[in-house]
Ligand binder design. Structure first.
Ligand code: DAV
Length: 360
């Protein structure tokens, strides 16, 4: 494990959201439970989830719906494999088990959404300091994979372990005006899904799970090659940027028309407004909004995995010149994400570069 040969250097290699995909982690909802409630979840969640999490935190996800979601994840993995992409999965985990620190106790959540926990920047996998207590040990199901990549030459960087004491959640969020943030700057916290990768540049949003301290930690940890740009968005419920601004190819940004604020970094980019989601109001959505329609996965600059029933988006992307691969994923939606959230692209071809305006 000393040094890296030229070949090993490519074991972990992913700089963008659109370079040709070669290896990817796909999450699993097996063993998943409802989150243990904490106040800082409130501003990010659909209204009914507050009660549901308070009542059912730590108890298993609804069995039939979760089994259907797991089948969709398996089906998605099969579609990727058929296209020659290497797919790896987490180890089994029992998220009902409780854990804690001297300050607090919690059960877990699920292994469904690796995008939230981990981010690959170039040749390195970064482990994030998540602010939901129930998610503190979620990464353990992926640890075998991370160690294996490291042994084969990949980089591995873990953020400082947050304490997640009450002080962290003493943010300035005001429910009446829906302004401010649920987390303070007591210590660095961020979810990986608040970042998006554009070669040597990353964008990030401040959110109810990502604070300024966390953004600054990431900026310094990544070093001088990478530039981290905090972008303003119009989203009082902000948690994860991947249903707000999704780059599909160099110069093509899919945006949420309710949330995107025009940004000079994208001056020369074509801005594609996502059509309204197809999902009706009665579908159970415990974590997210129907804008998960936008949470697509690019297989390369031309090819995008899109939920099979999102016809308006399928039509729009086809009109814009993309080839869409429709995959069933609505049951997965219910548990906190779509194709981008449920994956972690470990290897894409490409070696970085400058794509955003005014950054070189
Ligand atoms: O619209 O609820 C979803 C982002 C999931 N990673 C939303 C944000």
């Amino acid at each position: 494990m000393s040094g890296r040969s030229e070949e090993e250097f490519y074991v972990v290699n992913s700089y963008t959201e659109w370079d040709p995909l070669e290896e990817v982690v796909v999450g699993s909802l097996a063993g998943g439970v409802f989150p243990t409630w904490q106040e800082s979840m409130g501003p990010t969640l659909p209204h009914d989830s507050v009660r549901i999490f308070k009542e059912r935190g730590g108890t298993p996800l609804p069995a039939e719906h979760a089994a259907a979601a797991e089948e969709e994840l398996d089906g998605f993995a099969a579609v990727l494999r058929e296209r020659g992409i290497t797919v790896v999965r987490p180890e089994p985990a029992d998220h009902a088990r409780t854990f804690g620190t001297p300050q607090w106790q919690s059960a877990g959540n699920s292994s469904g959404m690796p995008r939230d926990l981990l981010i690959v920047v170039g040749d390195t996998i970064v482990e994030t300091p998540m602010s939901w207590r129930c998610r503190k040990h979620e990464v353990d199901a992926f640890r075998g994979l991370i160690k294996s990549y490291f042994r084969r030459g990949g980089g591995w960087l873990a953020a400082p372990q947050p304490e997640l004491k009450d002080t962290l959640f003493d943010g300035d969020f005001d429910a009446a005006t829906e302004t401010g943030w649920a987390v303070s700057d007591f210590e660095p916290v961020f979810d990986a899904a608040d970042f998006m990768r554009f070669g040597d540049d990353l964008i990030v949003q401040r959110s109810h799970v990502t604070n300024e301290f966390g953004i600054e930690w990431m900026r310094r940890a990544l070093g001088s090659r990478f530039r981290v740009h905090e972008v303003p968005v119009n989203d009082p419920h902000a948690m994860h940027i991947d249903a707000t601004m999704v780059p599909l190819a160099p110069g093509k940004l899919l945006v949420n028309p309710d949330r995107y604020i025009p940004n000079p970094l994208f001056r020369d980019w074509e801005i594609l407004e996502a059509p309204k989601p197809a999902l009706g109001p009665d579908w159970p959505m415990y974590f997210c909004s129907p804008w998960l329609s936008m949470n697509v996965l690019s297989l390369d600059e031309k090819t995008i995995v899109v939920e099979r029933q999102e016809q308006p988006l399928l039509d729009a992307l086809t009109d814009w010149g993309f080839t869409c691969v429709p995959v069933d994923f609505r049951h997965v939606y219910s548990f906190g994400g779509s194709f981008h959230c449920a994956t972690l692209d470990v290897r894409r071809r490409g070696r970085g570069g400058t794509y955003l305006n005014g950054t070189a």
